[in-house]
Write a protein that binds this ligand. Structure first.
Ligand code: UD1
Ligand code: MG
Length: 427
């Protein structure tokens, strides 16, 4: 296996989530949290990634099936984090070098501190380099014990802490770089003499040190990086921090977000500069937004949608798997699903594409410059030609395509011809 190797522990049930879904698959800003950890490990320089699976392992394997550099180790019984790392041993037979061990329930971990741990490990041979963090509220974390000279002594789990130890604010975020094969010697010696009766990985650094090997703990992680998701409350906290990071990124890229706290942008969205996002907008899934667009207030852009440059999507408009070409506009109260909307087409207030007949979803094509009147219903599959005109309240039924430049009105919609008195009438 090519190093450095990363091991991500994800076999636990996550009982405190009270869920049928494996904990690491709960979503943060639209993506399963383990994906963020995989990304961070890769960005930090890991060449191979082993994910330890156990509880609902099929779900976790399926969720990561498209990650080319991820392999799985099965931990059949969840006997603790130390046992979980042991489950990787067959995959790592013959490997010597650094292994970065992370947990799958810390989605906010950033690659930079992990990369710095790997670099420091390379500079000097360490049996274990432990990333730590100093937090204001250490509840739930293992605490880092040091001697009077500041030298690392050991990690004590919250449940095994004395009151004095519980007051320590330097914590274990479960970010370790171990040297292989030396780590196996320590894991062979783990026992279950602790409050949970588990094989704790947290005992490994101390064991290595007692064997005379070099162990160093460095406070390289920010409190935000290490927020562990063990409950739905922490899931919401992780979402909030990730959401702030996503929005700050886009603002730094030149996007105006008028009211960040009342805007939701998925981690898979791409936005061009000088686009303005107005309050109460939700952008979920893989969505691409061009430059100089105006989105919101109260817009919902959904997976698979593309807004080219200069598109306007306004209040109570839902856009789903729909492509709007340059300068197209849907300012108020519309549903656009499975549609392709040409440049500068205008979708009137209350117009909708009826894309689902109860069995299948079908597409609507609206040509460049077309005008769709207020309250019109376009029943898919149907095509409105370029510069076509659909009258207010018209119902264009399926397969009754509108010719380019033609006008249709009424229910069901029919082409309009001019009568002698100059008034428009359906032909
Ligand atoms: C663990 C650490 C603790 C640290 C905290 C946050 C141990 C003993 N404790 O506690 O010091 O402060 O993380 O980083 O390591 N897992 C398995 N197999 C198992 C048990 C757990 O794969 O048998 C996985 C879980 O899926 C999870 C991760 O390991 O992703 C951590 O397990 P969790 O139960 O959340 O440990 P914490 O109590 O948070
Ligand atoms: Mg945890």
């Amino acid at each position: 296996m090519k190093g450095p190797v990363a091991i991500i522990l994800a076999a636990g049930h996550g009982k405190r989530m009270k869920s049928d879904l494996a904990k690491v698959l709960h979503q943060v800003c639209g993506r399963p949290m383990i994906r963020y950890v995989v990304d961070a490990a890769r960005a930090a320089g890991a060449q191979s990634i082993i994910v330890v699976v156990g509880y609902a392992s099929d779900q976790v394997r399926a969720a990561l099936a498209d990650e080319p550099d991820v392999v799985f180790a099965e931990q059949t019984r969840q006997l603790g984090t130390g046992d979980a790392v042991r489950a990787c041993r067959p995959l790592l037979e013959g490997y010597s070098g650094p292994v970065l061990v992370l947990v799958g329930d810390e989605p906010l971990i950033r690659p930079e501190p992990l990369a710095s741990l790997l670099t420091k490990h390379k500079e000097k041979e360490h049996a274990c380099l432990l990333g730590t963090s100093i937090v204001s509220d250490p509840t739930g974390f293992g605490r880092i014990l040091r001697d009077s000279t500041g030298r690392f002594l050991r990690i004590v789990e919250q449940r095994d802490c004395s009151p004095e130890e519980a007051a320590i604010r330097e914590v274990n975020p479960s970010c370790y770089v171990f040297e292989l094969p030396g780590l196996w010697d320590a894991l062979d010696r783990l026992d279950t003499g602790n409050a949970q009766g588990e094989y704790y990985l947290t005992d490994a650094p101390q064991l290595l040190q007692s064997m005379g090997r070099r162990v160093v703990a460095l406070p390289v992680l920010e409190p935000d990086d290490i927020l562990g998701v063990n409950s739905r409350v922490q899931l919401a906290e992780a979402n909030a921090i990730m959401q702030r990071r996503i929005q700050e990124y886009w603002m730094m890229e030149g996007v105006t977000i008028v009211d960040p706290r009342n805007t939701y942008i998925d981690g898979r969205v791409d936005i061009g500069r000088d686009t303005i996002i107005l309050p109460y907008t939700v952008i979920s899934g893989t969505v691409t937004i061009g430059k100089h667009c105006r989105v919101g207030p109260f817009s919902h852009l959904r997976d698979g949608s593309v807004l080219a440059d200069g598109v306007e999507v306004g209040a109570f408009v839902e856009v789903n798997r729909t492509h709007l070409e340059k300068g197209a506009c849907a300012r108020h109260l519309a549903y656009l699903g499975d549609a392709h909307i040409g440049a500068k087409a205008n979708i009137g207030a209350g117009a909708i594409t009826a894309n689902f007949d109860g069995r299948v979803k079908s597409s609507t094509v609206i040509g460049a410059g077309a005008m769709i009147g207020s309250g019109a219903i376009l029943i898919a599959p149907v095509e409105i030609g370029a510069n076509g005109y659909v009258g207010a309240g018209a119902v264009v039924t399926r397969h009754h395509d509108v010719e380019p430049g033609a006008t249709v009105v009424g229910v069901p919609a029919r082409p309009l011809s001019r009568s002698g008195d100059g008034k428009h009438q359906p032909s």
